[in-house]
Ligand binder design. Structure first.
Ligand SMILES: Cc1cc2nc3c(=O)[nH]c(=O)nc-3n(C[C@H](O)[C@H](O)[C@H](O)COP(=O)(O)OP(=O)(O)OC[C@H]3O[C@@H](n4cnc5c(N)ncnc54)[C@H](O)[C@@H]3O)c2cc1C
Length: 339
């Protein structure tokens, strides 16, 4: 087991996909003394149960650049780490089922072109060719993004952590950061259940836990967890792993096909269920919340309509994992204003 050094140039709090990516990139850029602290195991927070759909298009050019870069990295990460992340460039498809949605999709396609992401408006029949067997009578068109894809998010975090180690980063698991330390209004390290570490830089990658760590030192990080639900069907004949990651925004559902022919159906209900808003347990690692089939009724019905095979198959798995969202759905990055 790695022991905690007294000093580091950078201390990263959290070993989800973000913390592992930060460690990987800094170490690869040649930064020495990069230390990552994870209270459980790598990927055990939110990352392991994510649906793993990788879309490049965001609402601004700079955020889109980050996601485009991610795709380029995922294509070749295996060569560097010899750990597969199951990258599949299956493309993604956004369905339009109303005139208003089609206006928005046309804008989406135009914006994608400005940001350098290939996005094509396609006809209803082309949509149902992409996901063969999809119900398409109500589809007016869609946007097809051929360079998007999917990964196994847990493997991705592990692969990045392996890469970080290869370039010299120190990854320590099962260590809990209890407090961020400040001196002269500057963060200068952290206190853990195994002692203190001082560092020039401290990077908080604590995902949904970030808010509570920030609160202790008057840094306001607006991240609140809500329940996020998806289900997995049994394997279905004719479902190809190469079907695109598909979003049906009017019904607020998404679909992903799996290697063994299962269908993953996720939903964003109009009213999300908040979870643990006062304090998130430190030991919530590789854990899920209770199934809630009742709350998932609308997405399930919408999914069964879109993919008729779902009507006659078993749906044995319900995943209820908490996920935190920012108020404007953008990333929170940078030095906090009052530090
Ligand atoms: C059901 C579901 C489906 C999703 N689908 C997609 C998708 O298709 N595409 C997509 O891009 N995103 C998706 N997401 C979102 C994605 O999972 C998250 O954006 C991503 O995993 C966040 O990574 P993270 O590293 O910020 O957080 P986490 O993975 O939660 O990592 C934070 C880590 O910090 C550690 N930590 C916290 N506090 C401390 C402390 N005090 N000391 C030490 N360690 C600490 C935690 O243990 C945890 O491991 C989905 C999420 C869910 C829940």
């Amino acid at each position: 087991m790695e022991s905690l050094p007294d000093n580091a140039r950078v201390t990263i709090i959290g070993g989800g996909v973000i913390g592992c990516s930060v460690a990987y990139h800094l170490a690869k850029l040649g930064w020495k003394d990069v230390v990552l602290l994870e209270q459980g195991k790598i990927a055990g927070g939110t990352t392991w149960h994510a649906a793993g759909m990788v879309g490049q298009l965001r609402t601004s050019n700079s955020l889109t650049k980050i996601n485009k870069y991610s795709v380029e990295l995922y294509k070749k990460l295996y060569e560097e780490t010899q750990t597969s992340i199951d990258w599949n460039q299956c493309g993604s498809l956004i369905l339009g089922t109303s005139e208003d949605r089609m206006i928005q999709l046309k804008r989406t396609a135009a914006m994608a072109k400005v940001f350098g992401v290939e996005a094509n408006l396609i006809s209803p029949s082309e949509c149902s060719e992409k996901w063969h067997g999809m119900y398409s009578d109500d589809i007016l068109g869609g946007v097809w993004l051929p360079d998007d894809g999917k990964v196994d998010p847990e493997k991705l975090a592990i692969s990045l952590a392996k890469g970080a180690k290869k370039y010299g980063a120190n990854i320590i698991e099962n260590i809990h950061v209890s407090k961020i330390l400040k001196k002269d209004n500057r963060v200068n390290g952290v206190e853990t259940n195994q002692g203190q570490i001082t560092s020039e830089w401290t990077i908080l990658c604590g995902g949904m836990w970030a808010r509570q760590l920030g609160m202790d030192i008057d840094i306001d990080i607006p991240l609140y967890p809500v329940e996020h639900h998806y289900v997995l069907s049994e394997p279905i004949e004719g479902i190809s792993p190469n079907f695109p990651c598909t979003r049906d925004p009017n019904e607020m559902i998404y679909l992903r096909s799996e290697v063994d022919g299962r269908v993953r159906l996720g939903g964003f209900q109009k009213r999300s269920k908040p979870w643990a808003i006062n304090r998130i347990p430190d030991d919530f690692s590789f854990k899920l919340l209770e199934e809630d089939w009742d709350y998932f009724r609308q997405p399930l019905e919408a999914g069964k309509k879109r993919i008729p095979q779902l009507q006659n198959c078993k749906i044995p798995e319900f995943v209820n994992g908490p996920e935190s969202f920012t108020p404007d759905n953008n990333f929170i990055m940078g030095v906090p204003p009052n530090t």
